[in-house]
Design a protein around this ligand. Structure first.
Ligand code: 5RP
Length: 228
């Protein structure tokens, strides 16, 4: 697939940012395009806003585009968050966390009045079925693995690339990728995973459907989906 769908989605999201806003900045390749366009708007129009990055990756990229940054301490409430997703279902439930950033992404999503999800068409599905990333306290790895197995997954510890051993998240934790097959009740599964001691967050996002707008970038233009 070419970059055009992701670029079109990212650029449309960037057009929704206004002067003075506090803007959550998600992680991943589609949000990069939003940041690229926001950087152009800062340079060209003098757009002024503050970005709240969800990862080292997002912060490094945002600085490159001249986006001023702050944290949730300074901005516990955000006007909007722009983020990507790995799967989106018709009810606007999401699976996130391919980049292991979903813990901070969920904090930012929760803090935002409005959430813009930018995806290419390959991310839209009838039923969520991708492996669900679960961020786990290393101390509790074995116990959390056992509990996730009882929920029906076969948890796999995510391994680093160009780094031996497990991925260590920006928060110092491990990731278990949990394949549950087709997820019939995403909300119930998210609740069950969250109840396991030692789980920091999972990549299921089911509580934000009312404030989410999904921008599906196409080769030409975008499709915009929301429940409001
Ligand atoms: C990172 C994420 C990303 O938002 C998600 O993986 C989408 O990434 P991309 O836009 O590169 O496809 O959840 O943890």
């Amino acid at each position: 697939m070419t970059a055009e769908p992701k670029r079109n989605a990212g650029y449309r999201a960037a057009a929704m940012v206004e002067d003075g806003m506090a803007v959550g900045l998600g992680t991943g390749s589609t949000v990069f395009f939003a940041m690229e366009r926001l950087g152009e708007r800062i340079a060209g129009e003098g757009l002024s806003f503050t970005g709240i990055p969800t990862s080292y990756q997002a912060a490094i990229r945002a600085r490159r585009y001249g986006i001023p940054l702050a944290g949730l301490d300074e901005y516990p409430e955000l006007d909007v968050a722009i983020d990507g997703a790995d799967q989106v279902d018709p009810a606007l439930n999401l699976i996130k966390g391919r980049g292991a950033a979903h813990l901070r992404e969920k904090c930012v999503c929760d803090a935002a009045r409005e959430v813009i999800i930018v995806v290419d068409p390959s991310k839209t599905v009838d039923t969520l079925s991708a492996p669900v990333p679960v961020e786990v306290l290393p101390f509790a790895l074995a116990g959390v693995s056992r509990r996730l197995s009882l929920l029906g997954a076969a948890p796999v510890l995510r391994e680093g690339v160009k780094k031996d051993g497990p991925v260590v998240t920006d928060n110092g934790n491990f990731i278990l990728d949990c394949d549950f097959g087709a997820i019939g009740e995403p909300e119930g599964l998210e609740t069950a995973i969250a109840a396991i001691p030692g789980v920091l967050e999972c990549g299921l996002f089911t509580a934000y459907t009312e404030k989410i707008t999904v921008i599906v970038g196409e080769k030409i233009g975008c499709r915009v989906v929301s429940l409001h």
